[in-house]
Design a protein around this ligand. Structure first.
Ligand code: PLP
Length: 405
């Protein structure tokens, strides 16, 4: 089939606007009449730097990033950030403590005994991030702790426990707090910034819902997103980091003296901000795609509009699932249902789910299989999914239920 016959709901890499892919295809062969393709061009050429600069500007405009924050383009996907946030925020905490204690390492060593980074584990991705943080800081419970284990009550993800039940480290001992804004595998999304984290140093994984709603960047020390869902293709990760974190970092000597890990050079944000994201060879083509996607979002009215469109599409799809009167079961609780990843099951069983997928495919509705770790069905409703595609899928959801009931 041709592109126009398919509505793709894959979870990532996700669909991209056809116009962006057309522009990108031309740029691969001959970028801006230079006679050289974009993939072949030096990452340090004026052209490449222009692409990075404008991509940063578009992101600043879309997210309304305040003064005092830097934007970075990195590689290694969202997963690499699981480690990067730990190195950078632990280094920042150590230097803050040294400053407060007139450089007295013994005092900092003592403070380290009760200092913890809190992880809100609300799904598969925050669980992985918490595990990685524990792994590089000497094991679970040493410097990190799970302050929320959303799986504890039911054995599966699908809810966020009320904030009154969170076991946060007292603010004075908190190194940082970490959460994942939208859990791609489990379909759980924070409805808003968690009030309990107000005033703390917060790191957030927004890989699968960035640019789908407005965000108050000033509440975060770090937010990051792998590009391949709402921003571009796989290959680059965007990081927004508070300059205060970059400026105040412990020396390698101090970290060693405290028995803490020294960050690998490519995971140390100041290396990258100092080099304008070009400490090493950055895949400029991937940044170019992000820039084009963001230019499109800006032209359509930015995140205020995108937020409405995302809500409209999500309402259409959840509405269709709900109207089928129990034929479908949405996995997460209503209050935390993701607008981006709609996870559901068919009560009649896996054979019927298979038939749903086959019927959908025959109509050009693809990419609807749930993550291999949880099974079931998942609609990824990212920014590039058109309202018409969501309408078509909603109609199939209703039609299939009527047919099978
Ligand atoms: N975080 C979230 C929320 C994700 O959805 C994913 C990937 O799907 C990741 C992290 C991991 O990203 P990557 O595959 O780019 O390492």
């Amino acid at each position: 089939p041709s592109r126009s016959e398919i509505s793709y709901f894959g979870a990532g890499p996700a669909a991209l606007p056809t116009s962006v892919l057309e522009t990108a295809s031309a740029a691969i062969l001959n970028h801006e009449n230079s006679g050289v393709g974009l993939i072949e061009q030096s990452h340090r050429s004026a052209n490449s730097i222009n692409i990075i600069t404008s991509a940063c500007e578009h992101l600043r405009n879309l997210l309304n990033i305040p003064e005092g924050y830097s934007v970075l383009w990195m590689q290694g996907g969202g997963t690499t950030q699981f480690a990067a946030v730990v190195y950078n925020l632990v280094g920042h905490w150590v230097q803050t403590q040294l400053d407060a204690n007139n450089g007295d390492l013994e005092a900092v060593k003592k403070a380290l005994g009760s200092a913890r980074a809190d992880y809100l584990v609300t799904g598969s991705w925050s669980k992985k991030a918490a595990e990685e943080a524990a792994r590089i800081t000497g094991g679970a419970g040493k410097l990190t702790r799970v302050a929320v284990n959303a799986k504890a009550a039911t054995g599966k993800f699908g809810a966020i426990p009320p904030e009154s039940q969170w076991e946060l480290t007292p603010a004075e001992n908190s190194i940082f707090s970490y959460y994942c804004d939208n859990e791609t595998v489990d379909g759980v999304e924070f409805p808003a910034f968690p009030a309990a984290l107000e005033g703390r140093l917060v790191a957030c994984d927004m890989s699968s819902n960035i640019l789908s709603r407005r965000v108050d960047v000033s509440k975060y020390a770090i937010l990051y997103a792998g590009a391949q869902k709402n921003v571009g293709g796989a290959g680059v990760t965007l990081v927004v980091v508070k300059d205060e974190v970059l400026k105040k970092q412990a020396s390698e000597e101090a970290l060693r003296a405290l028995g803490l890990p020294v960050p690998p050079i490519m995971l140390y944000y100041p290396t990258l901000t100092g080099a304008g994201s070009l400490y090493n060879t950055l895949p400029i083509f991937d940044v170019f795609i992000c820039r084009e996607v963001m230019a499109g979002l800006l032209a359509r009215g930015g995140l205020e509009v995108q937020e409405k469109v995302a809500a409209q599409k999500a309402a259409l799809l959840y509405g269709a699932l709900g109207r089928a009167g129990g034929f479908y079961k949405v996995v997460p609780e209503k209050s935390v249902r993701s607008r981006m990843n709609i996870c559901f099951r068919i009560e009649a069983g896996e054979e019927v789910e298979k038939a749903f997928l086959e019927g959908a495919e025959a109509k050009g509705l693809t990419g609807l299989k749930g993550h291999r770790s949880v099974g079931g069905l998942r609609i990824s409703n990212y920014n590039s999914v058109l309202v018409e595609a969501a309408e078509k899928l909603a109609a199939w959801i209703e039609e299939f239920a009527k047919e099978r009931k």
